[in-house]
Design a protein around this ligand. Structure first.
Ligand code: HEM
Length: 378
C-alpha cells in the first residue's frame, strides 16, 4: 500500500498514479457530480426519515449522526480496521507480548483483513466483467483506470497492486473524513454561537429558498472553512499521523538518527501547544479569520499539520476538504440540530490509529428551510 510502502520506485509510481488519476484537481472536477449526488441522496434519506417519524415527537426526530456521517462515506469495517491497527502499534512496541494475542486482536485483525480483501476482490471482479462486456465504460473510476494502466503487468501482480492501492485510498479517506465531520458537528453543538454564525453565513451566501449547496457555492463560506480548520486542529483524525522510519543514518536538527528509527508525530500535542495557540483547548474558528488568517492545512505551517507535511504528506487534502465543506455545508443548511434536553456533547475520544468520538452523537433534527424548498427538490 502507498501509505506503508518504503520510499522507492514502487511508492513513487503508485503515489504519482493516485495523485494524477484520482486526486488531481482535474480528476476531482470530473468526479464532482458523483460527490454532490451522494450527499444529496444521503440528505434526502435523512429528510425522509424525519418526515416519517416527526408526528410521534413534535417536529423533532432523534438521529445518531456519527453513524450517518459514516454511512455517507463507507462502512464500519474500515473503522474496525483502524481501531485494531492502533492496537497493533502497541503490540509492535511490546513484541514479546504479541505471541500471546491478548484479547484475540490478531485473530480479529486477520478476519477484518479477509473481509476487506473480499470487498475489493468483488469490486475488481465487477470491473473485469464490465470490461468484458463494454470496453468503453472501463475507465469511469479509479479501479477501472488502474486496470487499463496495469494491462501489461502479469495478472496476479496487477490484481494485487490494484486491490492494495484502491483499498489504501478507501481506508485513508473513509475514517478520517467521517471522524472530522462528527467532531465538527459535536463542537458546533457545544458552541451554539458558532453554529448560529455558520448558519447565518449560509443564509447570506446560499439563501433559504435554495436547497442544495454545490461545491462551487462552498468557496464563499469562509466561516465554515475556519470551522473545519479549527476542528482539524483540536481533533486531528490521525493524531499520531503515520509512523515514519529512517531508511539510513541521518542528522535531524542536530540529533543523530540511526537507520530503522521510528518517528511518531504527536499532532494532537503540536496543535494544542500553548506557546503557539492562545486558549489552545478552546474552539475559536475566528482565529483563522484574524490572528491565523494566513494559516493553511497543507503542510506549510508546521504548527497545524493534520495532513502531515513534506514528501509523505497526505495526497488527499483537496479531496478531503471538498468532501468536508460540501457535506457540512449541506447538513447545516438543511437541518436544525439540538442535543436531547440541551446537554453538552460528550467529547471523549476512542483509542486507535484514528481518533473517533467515543460515544454516539445523538441529536434532534428538524428542517431549517421552508417546507416548499424540500418538497420541490426531494
Ligand atoms: C480529513 C481527512 C484526512 C486527514 C486528516 C488525513 C491525514 C493524513 C496524514 C496525517 C497522513 C500521513 C502524512 C505523513 O506521513 O506525514 C496521510 C497519508 C495519506 N493519506 Fe490522508 N488524510 C485525510 C484524507 C485522505 C483522503 C480523502 C485520501 C484519499 C482519497 C487520503 C489518502 C492518503 C494516502 C494515500 C496517504 C499516504 C501517503 C504516503 O505515504 O505517501 N487521505 N493522511
Amino acid at each position: 500500500m502507498i501509505a506503508t510502502a518504503p520510499y522507492g520506485p514502487y511508492w513513487r509510481q503508485m503515489r504519482k498514479f493516485a495523485t494524477i488519476e484520482l486526486l488531481s484537481n482535474h480528476r476531482l472536477n470530473l468526479l464532482k457530480h458523483g460527490r454532490e449526488s451522494e450527499v444529496k441522496t444521503s440528505l434526502q434519506r435523512l429528510y425522509q426519515l424525519w418526515n416519517k417519524k416527526k408526528c410521534s415527537n413534535g417536529d423533532k426526530v432523534l438521529v445518531e449522526m456519527k453513524r450517518w456521517f459514516r454511512d455517507v462515506t463507507l462502512n464500519n469495517l474500515v473503522h474496525e480496521f483502524f481501531e485494531l491497527a492502533g492496537k497493533f502499534v502497541v503490540a509492535d512496541a511490546l513484541p514479546f507480548l504479541r505471541w500471546l494475542d491478548i484479547g484475540g486482536e490478531e485473530k480479529r485483525m486477520k478476519k477484518v483483513y479477509k473481509e476487506l480483501d473480499q470487498l475489493v476482490e468483488g469490486w475488481l471482479r465487477e470491473h473485469r466483467e464490465k470490461i468484458a462486456e463494454n470496453e468503453a465504460n472501463s475507465e469511469e473510476d479509479f479501479m477501472g483506470v488502474m486496470l487499463s494502466k496495469l494491462r501489461d503487468v502479469e495478472e496476479h501482480d496487477a490484481n494485487t497492486i490494484n486491490k492494495a492501492t484502491s483499498l489504501n485510498l478507501v481506508l485513508a479517506a473513509e475514517d478520517t473524513t467521517s471522524i472530522t465531520m462528527t467532531w465538527a458537528l459535536a463542537l458546533l453543538l457545544n458552541n451554539r454561537d458558532a453554529l448560529d454564525k455558520v448558519q447565518q453565513e449560509l443564509d447570506i451566501h446560499v439563501g433559504k429558498d435554495k436547497l442544495l449547496i454545490s461545491e462551487s457555492d462552498t468557496k464563499n463560506l469562509v466561516y465554515l472553512q475556519s470551522i473545519i480548520k479549527e476542528t482539524l486542529r483540536l481533533y486531528p483524525p490521525a493524531p499520531l499521523s503515520v509512523t515514519h522510519e529512517a531508511i539510513k543514518n541521518c542528522t535531524v536538527d542536530g540529533y543523530d538518527v540511526s537507520a530503522g528509527t521510528w518517528l511518531i508525530f504527536n499532532l494532537h500535542k503540536i496543535h494544542r501547544d500553548p506557546h503557539i495557540w492562545t486558549d489552545p483547548s478552546e474552539f475559536r474558528p475566528e482565529r483563522f479569520m484574524t490572528t491565523h488568517k494566513d494559516f493553511d492545512v497543507r503542510g506549510n505551517n508546521f504548527e497545524l499539520i493534520p495532513f502531515g507535511s513534506g514528501r509523505r504528506m497526505c495526497p488527499g487534502i483537496s479531496f478531503a476538504l471538498q468532501v468536508l465543506q460540501l457535506t457540512l455545508a449541506n447538513v447545516l443548511h438543511w437541518f436544525e440540530f439540538k442535543t436531547p434536553s440541551g446537554e453538552a456533547v460528550d467529547m471523549r475520544e476512542a483509542p486507535g490509529l484514528t481518533s473517533p468520538k467515543a460515544t454516539p452523537l445523538e441529536v434532534y433534527i428538524s428542517p431549517r428551510l421552508p417546507a416548499f424548498v424540500y418538497n420541490s427538490n426531494t
